[in-house]
Design a protein around this ligand. Structure first.
Ligand code: FAD
Ligand code: SF4
Length: 402
């Protein structure tokens, strides 16, 4: 059987240990291990559990025997792996990797590839579907207050049939996700807005949606989105490392239905978030002036942003040419400079909001502005659609200054 682009399968690992530890059959982990063992890649980038399931650690693994440590889905893992690859692996200039990516990881990686900051030929993108991630600390609080459970007793969390379910040794407890989110709990607010749930911009996309029948809960759905993805999947099938089956037709329909339901919920959230900002992009900015006036210029949002990398804009905004010693930049200056350089590429990954100590809804503002840019240019960040990036044309520092 030769796997082709656009193929769909149910799949599970033939390695009992990985199958057991993996979230839905351990296929991602099996693929990663195979690629490393056979020197197809020099390393794999994934996420492993640290202290507990509220502590997700991005990691580079080069020993195939260590790959199993990354098996399983960490729903409180709000990390963005694009930053990890760009900042710590030099954009894969000198190494080949395979990376597990949620849709927002995949979008940010693609944006950085287009800007030449991550080398596309050196990266295999193993996508995982994502209905949203949960912010760790507020989630632990919610588990105590609403679920009346000890967070350390929770073995697993999942969103199923409209409920956020917490599983302990005692059984399951679930509350309606919509109600929780109306009360400010549940998924991160950027995830509630997210309009990509199946990472069709990766080489493969794996998830549990649509797996019904005898394999429900034991296998993952795999969809192939590129020739590179087809080749990788073919390798593990031919080596008999995973078992694949034709998906059940009804399962494919269910997967589409859940995806569409999630996308309409995101569209509703976007409508709410963008309401009252019908003007141009500067008017959006004005709308949030009070919020931005709280900014203490820690620059955490810039550091956390996967798409903020130039050395000659916001960084310079701190320099003595602009700001005398002992002062911080005036309120809109830093954010307006940053906006001009990144907002067309903003993937709504939410990293900025997450780190802001002043609780400014940074991601919401940039997502609103980005949406306006989408309307004008039709450019959707995070996809390899061959379109030039509308606003930003980063040039080497000295050229830019001329
Ligand atoms: P495994 O072999 O267990 O491998 C899982 C891989 O995901 C590992 O490489 C691991 O390091 C990586 N990973 C774990 N946590 C994260 C994280 N936070 N960020 C990035 N990578 C991570 N599928 C659906 O159909 N619907 C959903 O709503 C859905 N939500 C998900 C939410 C999250 C945060 C994650 C990580 C996955 C989600 N999935 C969802 C995908 C699903 O849980 C499985 O990952 C997928 O079915 C593959 O199963 P597996 O057994 O082959 O994966
Ligand atoms: Fe300002 Fe918040 Fe950004 Fe820090 S993270 S610079 S406080 S907006």
């Amino acid at each position: 059987m030769a796997v082709k682009n656009s193929d769909m399968y149910y799949a599970y690992s033939n390695n009992e240990g990985i199958k057991e530890k993996g979230e839905y059959g351990g296929v991602v982990t099996t693929i990663m291990k195979h690629l490393l063992e056979n020197n197809v890649v020099d390393g794999i980038v994934a996420v492993k559990e640290g202290f507990d399931l509220y502590d997700a650690i991005p990691c580079l693994i080069t020993d195939p025997e260590e790959v199993i440590k990354t098996a399983g889905s960490i729903h409180c893992g709000t990390v963005n792996l694009a930053s990890f690859i760009y900042k710590y692996l030099d954009g894969c200039r000198d190494m080949k990797i395979a990376v597990t990516c949620k849709p927002c990881d995949a979008m940010s990686i693609r944006e950085l590839m287009k800007k030449g900051k991550i080398i596309e030929d050196n990266v295999i993108m193993i996508g995982v579907n994502c209905g949203g991630t949960l912010p760790p600390v507020p989630t632990m609080q919610m588990i105590r207050d609403v679920y009346e459970l000890d967070p350390s007793d929770v073995i697993k969390e999942e969103i199923a049939k409209g409920k956020l379910i917490m599983e302990t040794a005692e059984g399951e407890k679930g509350f309606g996700i919509e109600d929780l989110e109306e009360d400010g709990m549940g998924r991160r607010e950027n995830c509630q807005r997210c309009d990509l749930k199946i990472p069709s911009n990766a080489d493969l996309a794996l998830g549990n949606w649509g797996v019904i029948g005898p394999l429900a809960g034991k296998a993952t759905f795999v969809e192939v989105f590129s020739d590179k993805g087809a080749d990788v999947l073919n390798q593990v099938v031919e080596a008999e490392l995973i078992t694949v089956e034709e998906p059940i037709e009804k399962g494919i329909a269910i997967r589409d239905k859940i995806n569409n339901f999630m996308l309409s919920a995101s569209a509703k959230k976007k409508e709410e978030d963008y309401a009252g900002t019908s003007g141009d992009i500067i008017e959006v900015f004005k709308e949030y002036e009070d919020e931005f006036s709280k900014c203490m210029k820690c620059y955490g949002c810039r550091e956390a942003c996967p798409l903020c990398f130039c050395e000659d804009c916001c960084l310079e905004a701190e320099g003595p040419e602009w700001v005398p010693g002992g002062y911080t930049p005036a309120a809109p200056f830093f954010h307006l400079t940053r906006m001009v350089h990144m907002v067309d590429s903003c993937t709504n990954c939410g990293q900025c909001t997450e780190v802001c100590p002043c609780e400014i809804p940074v991601a919401k503002v940039w997502s609103t502005v980005n949406n306006k840019i989408r309307d004008v240019y039709g450019y959707i960040p995070g996809f390899d659609n061959g379109e030039p990036i509308p606003l930003t044309e980063h040039k080497p520092k000295n050229n830019w200054k001329k």
